[in-house]
Design a protein around this ligand. Structure first.
Ligand code: SF4
Length: 355
């Protein structure tokens, strides 16, 4: 396409998306209305970290809980890390929660509790990557930054029928997003694109009939919307095995605090057989006695592998332990323990068998 007609198309896309947002913006607790005051940077940062790999619908209640409990970045910096991890439980990708705390402490102690405004400065914060820095700069501070999340990636890949497979195609998608991002209102524009990607230009069955950029969309013109973005073929994930240990007495369940470093670090969990070190677990119980083993009660998918979990249930009455970092938790209040989803699934399996 000639440069002039590309620019004309980019301007049209930009204008249509901007106009659509005025009447169709999703109401989300971390946002301000289109064209209104810029939102609180703490809210934008917190929501953007939560939204990585997670849908807005799932994030809403977590965001509200965090803001109620820790209304400012300084409050979050003062939070007990175990409490923060427990409040995060269920959102997954727990390294995000640890970095959240680290970043809150950094901003409070080294920046007087004030977020930097420039994308380049935001990028230096712990746990803030290219996407999050661009999103905060654009949405909270009005900087013209180019924001590309998974929803925007799909929308832009379809608009321009970008056929270089991901991840290589990301550079082309970013440059196309750069071309359609307006000089003013980049934050609203990014959020408008996110909304269209989440609600109209969906992975399956996009609603092209109500799409504000249908006329400019190449994928739609060739009636091949779902072919974009083109993805490199997926590698099969390796399967690993783990064993969790269920030790219960007088209505209480034995839990442990996981080591601070490593997978699900610092979180409360059932005792397990060390699978998180990178291999299958060793399956050896933590104490001698009679155990009943239930095979493959939970399957869980991580980014780079799948995990199949056996549950070993302690059968003896008497229980003596000298294990460190372990404590009893009332089973009728287990929902408050803030167990990661993987362990919560095992608890659910076990408690449902008994009802
Ligand atoms: Fe997506 Fe369809 Fe709109 Fe193209 S026309 S951007 S495929 S919803």
């Amino acid at each position: 396409m000639a440069v002039d007609s590309f620019s004309a198309k980019a301007r049209k896309i930009s204008a249509n998306i901007g106009a659509h947002y005025v009447d169709n913006a999703r109401t989300l607790p971390w946002r301000t209305p289109p064209g209104g005051d810029l939102p609180n940077p703490y809210h934008v940062w917190l929501s953007e970290v939560m939204l990585q790999q997670t849908t807005a619908g799932a994030v809403k209640s977590y965001f509200e809980k965090f803001i109620r409990r820790w209304p400012t970045v300084q409050d979050l910096a003062r939070a007990d890390e175990a409490d923060l991890m427990a409040a995060w439980a269920g959102l997954g990708y727990y390294a995000r929660a640890r970095n959240l705390h680290k970043c809150a402490v950094h901003i409070t102690e080294n920046m007087n509790g004030i977020f930097p405004q420039k994308e380049s400065e935001l990028l230096k914060l712990p746990g803030v990557g290219a996407y999050t820095a661009a999103a905060i700069a654009a949405i909270a501070f009005g900087e013209r930054a180019v924001v590309v999340d998974a929803n925007i990636e799909r929308l832009v890949a379809r608009l321009f029928a970008i056929d270089t497979p991901l991840p290589k195609g990301k550079a082309e998608i970013r440059s196309a997003m750069d071309a359609i991002t307006p000089d003013r209102g980049a934050g609203d524009f990014a959020q408008a694109c996110m909304d269209i990607g989440a609600t109209i230009c969906t992975s399956k069955n996009p609603k092209c009939d109500i799409c504000p950029v249908q006329e400019q969309c190449v994928a739609h013109a060739i009636r091949d919307e779902e072919a974009y973005p083109v993805k490199a073929p997926k590698k099969e994930k390796p399967v690993r095995r783990a064993r969790f240990f269920w030790i219960e007495q007088r209505g209480q369940l034995l839990l442990s605090t996981r080591p601070p470093k490593g997978m699900l670090g610092g979180m409360r969990a059932l005792p397990d057989d060390g699978w998180a070190a990178g291999n299958d677990g060793h399956a050896r119980p933590p104490l001698a006695g009679k155990w009943q083993v239930h095979d493959n009660i939970v399957q869980h998918s991580f980014t780079h592998f799948s995990l199949e979990v056996d549950l070993a249930v302690y059968q003896d009455e008497k229980f003596v332990t000298d294990m460190v970092s372990q404590f009893w938790w009332p089973l009728d209040n287990i929902a408050e323990a803030g167990l990661p989803t993987l362990f919560a699934k095992a608890v659910k399996w076990k408690t449902e068998r008994e009802t």
